[in-house]
Design a protein around this ligand. Structure first.
Ligand SMILES: Cc1cc2nc3c(=O)[nH]c(=O)nc-3n(C[C@H](O)[C@H](O)[C@H](O)COP(=O)(O)OP(=O)(O)OC[C@H]3O[C@@H](n4cnc5c(N)ncnc54)[C@H](O)[C@@H]3O)c2cc1C
Length: 490
């Protein structure tokens, strides 16, 4: 226990970092600094301007509309402003519209195999499970029905790759969600998600939320003396176990650091970021977990070429089968089968979002706007058929999460053979060996540390709360006076 208010540094001002900082303040910790490398806070909750509208380049769905979900609790006041979702439209690669009733029923059938996976599937892949289950249905169909059904089942599998951010269903663990907490249905709150970031940061002192402060090194298990002018009244020089070095050379001393950088950043930098290096078991977990990618391509048009009531557009390849759902960079447009319409039109104009998974997302990030625009327009023409008049978009915006130096992808997924429990190892704080009293020196938060909610905004938020709670429990006497108020807060 330190004999002063502990100095706490939070690395990263994404949802996990902001939630941790907010909660620490609520607990009464008053020496909390947040260091954010980027120019803006929010991390993977981010916006961009397209025409006159703000669009979400990162998260846009609340996954779980129940009181169990703190993100829902914070944003539910907005839900009455949301538009109707709109109708689903399906087209095939021959340029024909597909009967929506048939496609929707077949789609739901395919989805049911993904949602009902059974238990005790260690070592199996989602792709293998999906191929077996769908094959069981297809075998029982009349010959002329088989291809139709298979192609919709393939669409479901390809959409699943987008949800996961992966390139191959056969690489994904069937047990991926065994520890997941079901918080209810999802809702699309596009254009509103950033309000969460505003709420999380609103009461945090601006002068302790430092932007453009990339952390280069975290030295821990040390004894770093504070400058002479910070000596105690008795003239004693304070020692801190942690020293955080920023890219510009600035050093910040701390008793605790909460690291919230993405798994992608940990994969790229873990070996350099920490001195001494992370324990082997943590490095192994960082290597084992996968960090996927998705791209959203926003396409803005003068006029809509889709029907007014349409909310989503799906493309079905008649020769696709669910046996092998994986991407192919040579045929990257085949993985661009799902578009959503930004609604309402009065707010966003005529905007479609095209979604790409895994390595296809990595690829489109490297393309120019003109290349993308031309390719996607040809693709749309093939499905809408020769009678439709598909123009080039007037503007285009493609997200670049993989090439974003401070994120390096979209979110975490579990490959075959890796149990979600490894995320508990990632979440474990580091204790120093030199000074047994200097506990909880390096702590970890972020979506990748939550086996029950990884890949979500609420997972990030709750991981930040978890680490704030951990510190509060550690200093429980010091924060006892303010803890009563904490129960009132999310
Ligand atoms: C395209 C996309 C769509 C998504 N859609 C949804 C959705 O609809 N619903 C949902 O629930 N979730 C969605 N997610 C996932 C969700 O956005 C994330 O799980 C969540 O925002 C992660 O928050 P975090 O705080 O853990 O990490 P991050 O948001 O990555 O925050 C980490 C922060 O650390 C900063 N940082 C990195 N390195 C350094 C350094 N060296 N020094 C200082 N700062 C550093 C980064 O700049 C960043 O701000 C989506 C993600 C993406 C990318």
């Amino acid at each position: 226990m330190v004999d002063r208010s502990p100095s706490i540094v939070v690395v990263g001002a994404g949802v996990a970092g902001l939630a941790a900082a907010k909660k620490l303040k609520e607990y009464g910790f008053n020496d909390v600094t947040v260091l954010e490398a980027a120019e803006n806070v929010g991390g993977r909750v981010a916006t961009a301007t397209l025409g006159n509208a703000c669009v979400d380049t990162g998260a846009q769905y609340i996954h779980g509309t129940s009181e169990k979900n703190p993100v829902y609790c914070l944003l539910k006041g907005l839900l009455n402003q949301l538009p109707e979702m709109g109708e689903e439209a399906f087209y095939n690669n021959k340029g024909h519209k597909v009967n929506a009733n048939f496609a929707r029923r077949a789609y739901e059938h395919g989805e049911s195999f993904i949602y009902h996976r059974g238990s005790g599937n260690s070592g199996k892949s989602l792709g293998e499970h999906y191929a077996v289950k769908t094959q069981g249905v297809i075998e029982r169909l009349q010959e002329d029905e088989k291809a139709r059904m298979q192609s919709v089942f393939a669409l479901v599998g390809k959409d699943m790759l987008i949800d996961i951010g992966a390139s191959d269903l056969h690489r994904i663990s069937l047990d991926s969600w065994q520890y997941y907490i079901d918080m209810g249905d999802s809702v699309n709150i596009t254009g509103f998600m950033y309000q969460l970031v505003d709420l999380l940061k609103e009461d945090f002192p601006k002068d302790r939320l430092l932007l453009k402060r990339e952390v280069r090194t975290i030295k821990w298990d040390g004894s770093f003396p504070s400058p002479q002018n910070e000596a105690s009244p008795e003239g004693k020089v304070r020692q801190y176990p942690v020293c955080i070095v920023c890219e510009d050379g600035e050093e910040i001393l701390a008793d605790h650091v909460i690291v919230t950088v993405s798994l992608g950043c940990l994969k790229a930098q873990a070996s350099d970021l920490f001195i001494p290096s992370l324990p082997t078991e943590k490095i192994e977990v960082i290597n084992k977990l996968c960090f996927g990618n998705i791209a959203k391509i926003f396409l803005a048009y003068e006029e809509a070429f889709w029907e007014n009531d349409v909310g989503s557009i799906s493309f079905i390849y008649e020769d696709d089968t669910p046996a092998s759902i994986s991407t192919n960079k040579m045929q990257w447009l085949k993985s661009m089968q799902s578009f959503s319409v930004l609604r309402p039109k009065e707010r966003f104009g005529n905007v479609l979002i095209g979604w790409c998974p895994g390595e296809i997302a990595d690829l489109v990030e490297t393309m120019t706007d003109n290349e993308l625009s031309a390719a996607v327009t040809d693709h749309l023409k093939m499905f809408f058929g020769p009678s439709a008049n598909i123009p080039q978009p007037k503007s285009i915006l493609c997200t670049k999460w993989r090439s974003n130096k401070f994120i390096k992808g979209s979110y975490t997924f579990l490959p075959v053979g890796v149990d979600g429990q490894v995320m508990d190892t990632l979440a474990q704080p580091l204790e120093g060996s030199q000074f047994p009293d200097a506990h909880l020196q390096v702590m970890f938060a972020g979506e990748a540390t939550m086996k029950t909610l990884y890949g979500t905004v609420q997972g990030a938020l709750l991981s930040g709360h978890r680490e704030a709670d951990r510190l509060a429990a550690h200093y429980k006497d010091a924060v006892a006076s303010t803890s009563a108020s904490m129960d009132k807060h999310v």
